[in-house]
Write a protein that binds this ligand. Sequence first.
Ligand SMILES: [Zn+2]
Length: 259
Amino acid sequence: MLVDSHCHLNFKAYKDDLSEVIGRCHQADMKLINVGAAFDTSLKAVELTSEKNFYASIGLHPIHVFDEEFDVAKYQELINNNQKIIAIGETGFDYWHMTPQEGKAKQQEVFEAHIKLAQKNNLPLIIHGRNGKDHPTAYQDIYNLLKQNQANKGVVHCYGGNLEEAKKFVELGFHLGFTGIITFQKAEELQAIAKWIPFDKMLIETDAPYLSPEPHRGDRNEPAYVKYVAQTIAKLRNMLEEDVVEITGQNAIELFNLK
Ligand SMILES: [Zn+2]
């Protein structure tokens, strides 16, 4: 089954035509996970679980750690009241929007609180990493923190590290998420990682509204476009698109226990 393991229909980009976009998701007969980036968008992701085949992840994105407190009790209450909250995040390290000097200590404090919340509820993590121009250490720092905290379940979404780092995440038990970036011609390193990765650790995602794949590059993205990610992976690995859809879908269903 087609599964978009990471999207944001809970974001403002869809405020004018959300019902049409949702309709196209249902038409594609797919499952999807709306991912929260702050408390309000987490709440909206949870609201959207009233739709068939829509699931939610809740958390405070590393670029928002100075905008609000990560109030664990409020998130725990959401989990207690909704069976379709299937992951914690997105959380992690982002050195693009702030340098490690500016943000790392606070991001780490919030990231660790997410890891503990996930472990307490036996939920997988959805992890965001982004290197800065002069700070290519986000993925190393993520790896170290996960290992220190004995975290072993989740996805490093929109994977943007190198192959060596990818191997370490997979060794730790993590999945990697591939977005529309893989459809871009310049994405050679990412394509090499998609060829290497053991198939049971691969997820596909859109990160909509961002990162629209070819042939929609530059437009607003939406979950149904995740099929272009599957198409590209099928070409890279010399297999059928329907098999990529089936295997990555099954991986997401198992990792996130999607019912
Ligand atoms: Zn995202």
